[in-house]
Design a protein around this ligand. Structure first.
Ligand SMILES: [Zn+2]
Length: 71
């Protein structure tokens, strides 16, 4: 998503701000094939999602990097 003056905007709606979800999320790895694999809750990446309220467009930032940006 474009960042202007530290504010995040939707790529579809250049005037619409994207809002952070209230909590961080985690992406976990799947062991095996994508269709029949099992989730591995001990793996993965903590992410910070941003959502456009107009179109539902979703983007993710890696949480540890993003928190540095916001300080
Ligand atoms: Zn949008």
């Amino acid at each position: 998503m474009p960042i202007k003056d530290g504010k995040r905007y939707c790529i579809n709606h250049m005037s619409a701000r994207m809002n952070r979800t209230e909590t961080l999320k985690a992406l976990v790895n799947i062991d095996g094939s994508s269709a029949s694999g099992t989730l591995n809750p001990k793996s993965g990446l903590v992410v910070m999602p941003f959502v456009c309220e107009e179109c539902g467009y979703l983007e993710l930032y890696v949480a540890d990097r993003t928190t540095q940006h916001e300080k």
